[in-house]
Design a protein around this ligand. Sequence first.
Ligand code: GLV
Length: 329
Amino acid sequence: MSKRPYRVAVTRRIFPALIDELKESYDLVDNQADLSLAPEQLAERLADADGALITAGDRIDEPLLARCPRLKIVANIAVGYNNIDLAACTKLGVVATNTPDVLNEATADHAWALLLAAARRVCESGRWLRAGHWKRWEFEMFLGAELHGTTLGVIGMGRIGRAIARRAAGFSMRVAYHNRTRLPAEQEGGAIWATKEDLLRAADHLIVMVPYSRDTHHLIGAAELALMKPTAVLVNIARGGVVDDDALIDALKNGRLAAAGLDVFEDEPNLRRGFLELENAVLTPHIASSTRATRNAMARLAMRNLAETLAGRQPPSLLNPDVWQARRT
Ligand code: GLV
């Protein structure tokens, strides 16, 4: 009797060619209609799955896992994994994986896109032009912030932080960074470590790139914004909740901060209304890794994590190594 193929659920739409490929190996439950799945619907889809390709919006917690007795792996198509309760996965023998590295460069590019757009008022002046206001050139039109020759602060000098910092050389910018522990010299790439407070005071512009956790919740709040230069641009491409959005709106509204470039928000996609009224906020809908090549690489890495785990081999981006000996098979 031939063995039943593994059942795999894909929780959101991905490139059709990848779905076709997955169908060759698995009994596939896809969501190419891209329906938003409430927790109950997500649990129903995963209930009899052996593996799941999930995205950062899918909450994987103990109550859900308890309803999915066959589930052996949740493969996040994202590097951030604050949507997954890792302790619950380990407790219940479920492997969890993410997609590091393949998105470093695209995400770093987007951080710079936001920084440049916010500093040089690209979106604001574009909206003004489209509204038909451009009747004549003016000497003081949309004066922006200088980038070249200034100091870029990076909070969270991990893999993406370092890709961001490398790009600063092209703008002749100095880079200072803050991590809880200082990096070995060879990984600093000429960047200077500073305490968080010193960095906030010294940076002409600041990019935040730390994973979200209880420890990083509101890492940048009113007190931190008050330390920053009022001419600074703040970029958040980390996760909603790392920055206190209400405090940021207040600072942007009251000239405490020149501008912000934001790809992530608290309670996204329901962002605070205040953001929409701010001309000095450049807003994108959590797309920092969204190029065709990078999204493809992310999905492929997640597929590899899934395939290796189901074949009984340790996947390349295992998040909970403690599970391996006691994993569900
Ligand atoms: C995107 O936000 C990711 O974590 O990959």
